[in-house]
Design a protein around this ligand. Sequence first.
Ligand SMILES: Cc1cc2nc3c(=O)[nH]c(=O)nc-3n(C[C@H](O)[C@H](O)[C@H](O)COP(=O)(O)OP(=O)(O)OC[C@H]3O[C@@H](n4cnc5c(N)ncnc54)[C@H](O)[C@@H]3O)c2cc1C
Ligand code: FES
Length: 293
Amino acid sequence: MTTITHHKTHARPSAVSTAHPMQPFWAELVEIQPEAPGVGTYWLQFKDDGLRSSYHFQPGQFNMLGLPGLGEAAISISSSPDAPQRVGHTIRYVGNVTNAISRLKTGDTVGVRGPFGTPWPMEKIKGQDVVLTAGGIGLPPLRSALFTIMNHRQDYGRVVVLYGARTPQDLQFTREYKDWEKAGIELMVTVDRADDTWTGSVAVVPILFYHLRVNPARTIILTCGPEIMIRFVIFEALARRIPPESIFVSMERNMKCGLGQCGHCQLGPFFVCKDGPVFSFDQIQPYFNVENL
Ligand SMILES: Cc1cc2nc3c(=O)[nH]c(=O)nc-3n(C[C@H](O)[C@H](O)[C@H](O)COP(=O)(O)OP(=O)(O)OC[C@H]3O[C@@H](n4cnc5c(N)ncnc54)[C@H](O)[C@@H]3O)c2cc1C
Ligand code: FES
């Protein structure tokens, strides 16, 4: 059995740094792609030429996006790490900052700090089968990992995406599903509530595991979504004898500094902004009880 050890990376802006880590870099909003009702992808390009050409990130990392006078929100990078000159963020409009972002137009300016946090362990899982399991707005950080897999397809074994949304209209990135399948990625999609057009599965995401046969010795789980979904995904994975160190979870907590300084995002002894958001389950198991499901 392959054992995966998850080493922490404390990724920081790759080239240019401001005098103060809380000071943002300015980026232009160059394109807006509606994804689903209340969700859109915002493509940003740094105004500084040097930063634009030197910025890079790893799948699973996030930026703090800010608007003057309104504050910041942690948003995962949903685009390809192999094309970092334009950085995509897929955003659900839920509160102060994200609703204000929904009113922006191309040409407007957004403050960006990042990239922050630990990435999905794309190097260490080479040669393994990968099951990416997402619910709702949990898909964007996994889409970034999917780009890495598609751009280096021969490095990974069987790849399966299990994805669920509330309704068929809420499914994100539907225009890309054919490309994923062409790249040999198996896709299983489910919704909580069907409509007249829907002929697919109606169930919660963890139920998709019932249709999946995995080899636990060579299967890696990457999962992101609502915490209740993550708990059931872990439960199903452990039930299939996938070891805790092969299960990787992206955690969500309220964030403020993104720098491991303010304590807002604490999870046991960890700061999610700095030690996460991606953790292997064996790291966080004591603070994440799935036994009582
Ligand atoms: C590592 C990480 C990655 C993330 N990636 C993404 C991503 O890719 N895309 C994405 O859309 N989100 C992402 N999030 C979530 C996002 O950071 C939060 O939703 C963030 O709080 C949004 O900021 P906001 O100012 O718009 O919302 P806030 O104003 O902070 O509101 C957040 C939540 O609180 C509720 N709320 C707000 N005000 C009140 C009130 N007065 N009373 C009760 N409830 C209230 C809102 O309904 C909402 O559910 C990520 C979070 C983390 C930690
Ligand atoms: S957001 Fe401040 S410590 Fe994590």
